[in-house]
Design a protein around this ligand. Structure first.
Ligand code: FES
Ligand SMILES: [Fe+2]
Length: 402
């Protein structure tokens, strides 16, 4: 480690590489391997459960790498279930609305009906079907689990690990981190880039001083940490995370000063608050000048816990050169107008920062795909990216040896 770094490192870094041959990784053939060996085997986020409170509430989620449409629904028994959005009769798409609340779903084609628990409850002209056993013709369920209000699925017929085993030590470290939050922003954009490069852009703070110099010029680092080295970096089997250093000398803008007087400070403010209220996974080293964390969950999911807010980001590959980027922000529940205004300010500023991040992705892909460089050359501050490729290679190899 360099002497000028403030970073505390944790985890097994012995298998990380700072040189990543990259050209073959953005080729169509490599992408097919990733789909078969990573996306068909891993636990994958399909969204937040915060908008599935009522019984019957559902949303339709596309999973592009698997060319799948799913229905995520809170069934009559209160459990969240995930089904292939495919009618068991002849396979038409069952639910066409993006979201809603229903006791049952009826197929538009020949009007077969299913309960929100997936049971086939109605077959039109049923005496015409030889050997019909409705009990065997429910919607096909996908393995799913909910972790801290986040819904995960696994497309493997027999997942080799439960979600708890997949997440390992972080599973129990985030209890309640998203409690009393509501979704305040939902961004989606499809970019001509490779999904690995898109994930990578959110897994380091090295770019912060440069790409974000106009939007958040002095929010991190400060005199004691001018290069904005991360306060904490940890790598694990299916996760990696860092903590960022807030700048104690940041000068609030007039708008921020006004808003934070009448509301809870949110991004881009990084305020001091009671660390004891944080679950152990958030700011794990209890760094006093903590600004926010970034945690990458393998393969394509990033969580960003922060004071009074957090974000979740996931990156669906549509093809080797096309990625569907989803970013959702969550804020504290409140009906006070001052809080709503503060949240709107935070959303707007966050969106500007996000645009700067997204603006790198297509040119980054073009450069790599052109063969202009043979490999990525990564610093210690980019260890989350190193871990991303280590984990991807492990999954590619393990699935291949089955
Ligand atoms: S395909 Fe749905 S009822 Fe025929
Ligand atoms: Fe950024």
């Amino acid at each position: 480690m360099n002497n000028d770094s403030i970073t505390v490192f944790k985890g097994d870094t012995s298998r990380l590489k700072n040189v990543i041959p990259i050209q073959e990784r953005v080729e169509p053939n490599f992408y097919q391997q990733e789909v078969a060996r990573i996306f068909k085997k891993a636990w994958l986020i399909v969204g937040s459960a915060e908008d599935l409170i009522e019984i019957g509430a559902y949303k339709v989620v596309d999973v592009p790498p698997l060319k799948a449409s799913l229905v995520v629904v809170r069934s009559d028994d209160g459990k969240i279930r995930v089904f292939h959005n495919v009618c068991r009769h002849r396979g038409d798409k069952l639910v066409h609305d993006e979201h809603g609340c229903k006791k049952s779903f009826t197929c538009r084609f020949h009007a077969w009906t299913y309960s929100n628990s997936g049971t086939l409850t109605g077959v039109t002209d049923s005496t015409q079907f030889l050997g019909l056993d409705k009990d065997k013709m429910g919607l096909v369920e996908v393995h799913s689990e909910v972790w801290e209000n986040i819904v995960f699925v696994n497309f493997d017929k027999n997942p080799r690990q439960t979600l708890k085993e997949w997440l390992g030590p972080i599973y129990d470290q985030y209890a309640g981190f998203s409690a009393n939050r509501i979704k305040i922003a939902d961004h989606r954009v499809v970019l001509n880039t490779n999904w690995n490069l898109a994930v990578n852009a959110f897994c380091e703070g090295y770019h912060n001083l440069y790409i974000h110099k106009n939007t958040v010029p002095d929010y991190q680092g400060g005199k004691t940490n001018p290069k904005r080295h991360r306060a904490y970096l940890e790598v694990g089997e299916h996760f990696a995370r860092y903590s960022a250093h807030g700048n104690p000398n940041h000068k609030a803008t007039p708008a921020e000063g006004l808003l934070y007087k009448h509301s809870k400070p949110m991004f881009p403010a990084f305020t001091h608050f009671n660390m004891e209220d944080l679950p152990p996974g958030v700011n794990p080293s209890r760094f006093a000048q903590w600004a926010f964390d970034i945690m990458h969950v393998v393969p394509n999911f990033v969580i960003g816990p922060q004071a009074n807010t957090h974000s979740i980001m996931f990156f669906w590959p549509i093809d080797h050169n096309k990625t569907d980027v989803r970013v959702m922000r969550f804020g504290f529940k409140s009906d006070r107008p001052s809080d709503r205004i503060a949240q709107a300010h935070s959303i707007t500023r966050g969106r500007e920062v996000l645009r700067e991040d997204l603006a790198t992705m297509e040119t980054n892909y073009q450069g790599v795909a052109s063969g202009g460089i043979p490999y990525l050359f990564l610093s210690e501050q980019e260890q989350l990216i190193q871990n991303h490729y280590r984990a991807a290679d492990d999954l590619l190899r393990d699935a291949g040896s089955q």
